[in-house]
Design a protein around this ligand. Structure first.
Ligand SMILES: [Zn+2]
Ligand SMILES: [Zn+2]
Length: 187
């Protein structure tokens, strides 16, 4: 699904950005973000975008924050974890085809950012910026808690809730391997 081309608050006519800047606050639904398939299911609630657009000559600055919740299963026990994020974002949009980075950091540190977005001279489209921030907010590894015990490899029981019987019986899984070796030796 591709994002709408016009008429949405994340697509702004440059002519409508006044000298003092344009304040913007909106919620973007998961479907509108057009996330990669793997990530799509993990964003179940709208992503909140707020900030200000300012124009300096042909350069448009966005300074604001992007927040939401990533819903992913714990890497060990598969319990669903809600991971909230709220990131401060400062980005510059340059005219298409321009790779000129603003020479002085009048917007405070913006020149340090490698991610430079572009606009077509008429409109600024904030979709890719928001999408990139959401994708970056995905945790590399989700843990429901630091010491999550995970699932039993044998029976699949959630060991955070209680130790399962196979663990009590066989103990250390390395012994199970030894037991297996011994029994195959004897045959
Ligand atoms: Zn867990
Ligand atoms: Zn078990």
């Amino acid at each position: 699904m591709s994002p709408p081309l016009s008429g949405h608050v994340l697509i702004v006519d440059l002519a409508k950005i006044p000298a003092h800047g344009l304040r913007l606050e909106t919620e973007i639904g998961p479907a509108e973000l057009a996330l990669p398939e793997d990530e799509q299911l993990s964003i179940t609630a709208p992503v909140h975008v707020q900030g200000r657009l300012t124009k300096v000559m042909e350069q448009v600055y966005f300074h604001g924050s992007i927040g939401g919740t990533v819903v992913t299963p714990c890497s060990r026990c598969l319990e669903v974890v809600n991971d909230e994020f709220d990131v401060e974002v400062r980005r510059v949009f340059l005219p298409l085809g321009s790779n000129r980075i603003p020479s002085d950091a009048d917007e405070g540190g913006v020149t340090d950012d490698l991610d430079v977005y572009s606009h077509d001279g008429l409109r600024i489209n904030l979709y890719s910026l928001v999408r990139d921030q959401v994708v970056m907010a995905f945790p590399v590894q989700t843990l429901c808690r630091e010491d999550c015990a995970g699932l039993c490899q044998a029976c699949g029981a959630n060991l955070n809730e209680q130790p399962c019987t196979c663990q009590i019986e066989s103990g250390d899984p390395r012994f199970a391997v030894l037991k297996h070796l011994k029994s195959s030796e004897s045959t």
